[in-house]
Design a protein. Structure first.
Length: 413
């Protein structure tokens, strides 16, 4: 007789579930604070290194491109060597470059370290959701993933806001030391709380089979609009927030970077909105809520063209609300429309999402320099046709399924 207790997956009733969530929140805060900390201080880079705004934006775009490469590598490795190992390595090696950054002699050296950092920052997003899905019971997975995704936004928000504030109040180097200290504390908490993998099974599938599965989705007319929407919305969103410090730091506003840093708390509207939208989509459909998200996204951007500080703040909150509502719904729609290789479809959407972020960070510089803030804000209108295409492709698929069903019924008669 086997008296050994049966190993079961964690639920919200288990303290291990909450330790796991606490660990992943710490990991998220490290990952997304480290990814975006240069965004609010780009005007400082322009002065410190005597470079253009387009060159300063490379501190973001090259990091994101390196992260995209890391997603492909670590996604493959995590399927074969375990989620925990990849997450641990990714976090540790994404913190190490920060230790050298206060002493760098040139902007080129900073870019080199940001590329290395970006590659290892992919460790968490490449493995975290798969880790939760393997270790958590089905009834608790939804909450676990929602908490993880919400902490992604919180990490980016606090990283931008706190780094920009300290850099302006003290110095860029002081802000780096503060970020290093916070990262080390969060990393130790992560190691203390994170449970070991118990249900991981190494994949024996060849790498090329994964690639072929992902390539198949690029021919799916139901998914192509979602991938393009991810590129366009994230490109416009990242572009707007990248050049916001240049806009408000200059005339006629001349706001301090400390003040501008507080504007990143507008991201909290997006965090709350994505949760509410998930509930409402059960009643009004995901595509209808996606249209509403695109409306808030673009109308919020229009308000930022105003020279009223109050309207700009309201516009930024609406912009974040619309973006995160749209992003969370598009993630869910991708999962619904992919009939197989769902992991590959999600990876492709995530890849297109970060491709938009990388492109929006640097390419928007040319729009900023030629058309000013109005051009940057109006770029968000790219979202409208792509989101309409998402809706139309869904309706076409419903009609096709109905037509196929009617044909089958007719054949049986």
């Amino acid at each position: 007789m086997n008296d050994q207790p049966q190993v079961r997956k964690y639920t919200t009733k288990d303290k291990e579930f909450w330790r796991m969530m606490g660990a992943l929140v710490c990991a998220s805060l490290i990952t997304f604070a480290n990814m975006y900390f240069t965004q609010p201080v780009m005007p400082l880079f322009v002065k410190k290194f005597e470079i253009s705004s387009a060159e300063a934006s490379l501190s973001m775009s090259l990091t994101i491109i390196a992260l995209m490469a890391g997603l492909l590598v670590f996604g493959f490795l995590s399927d074969r060597f375990g989620r925990r190992r990849i997450m641990d390595i990714g976090l540790a090696f994404s913190i190490l470059p920060l230790i050298v950054m206060p002493f760098l002699p040139s902007f080129e050296a900073l870019l080199f370290l940001r590329i290395i950092q970006g590659f290892f920052l992919a460790g968490i997003p490449a493995a975290a959701i798969a880790y939760v899905s393997e270790e958590v019971a089905v009834k608790s997975i939804g909450l676990g993933i929602m908490l993880y995704i919400a902490s992604n936004s919180m990490g980016g928000m606090f990283g931008r806001a706190s780094f920009g504030y300290v850099a302006d109040a003290a110095s860029y180097e002081a802000a780096l030391y503060a970020l290093i200290a916070a990262d080390v504390v969060l990393f130790l908490l992560y190691l203390w709380w994170i449970p070991s993998s118990r249900f991981f099974k190494p994949s024996k599938r060849p790498f090329m089979e994964d690639i072929r599965g992902m390539a198949h989705h690029t021919k799916n007319t139901m998914l192509i609009p979602l991938f393009l929407s991810g590129i366009m919305m994230q490109g416009a969103f990242t572009g707007l927030w990248t050049y916001l410090p240049f806009y408000l730091h200059g005339e006629p506003f001349e706001w301090s970077l400390k003040t501008i840093s507080f504007l990143y708390f507008a991201y909290s509207a997006g965090v709350a909105g994505s949760v509410i939208a998930g509930k409402l989509s059960e009643r009004f459909s995901k595509t209808n809520m996606l249209m509403a998200g695109a409306f808030f996204f673009t109308s919020g951007s229009l308000l930022t063209i105003s020279h009223s500080g109050g309207l700009i703040i309201l516009g930024l909150a609406l912009n974040c609300l619309g973006f995160f509502v749209s992003h969370s719904l598009m993630t869910a729609i991708v999962n619904e429309r992919a009939t197989h290789h769902k992991g590959g479809a999600s990876s492709l959407y995530l890849f297109s999402y970060y491709l938009g972020a990388a492109a929006g960070t640097t390419l928007t510089a040319f729009l900023w320099e030629s058309a000013g803030w109005t051009g940057v804000a109006l770029l968000t209108f790219m979202a409208i046709p792509s989101v309409i295409w998402v809706g139309l492709s869904g309706e076409s698929n419903k009609k096709l399924k109905l037509f196929s069903l009617l044909l089958r019924k007719r054949e049986y008669k």
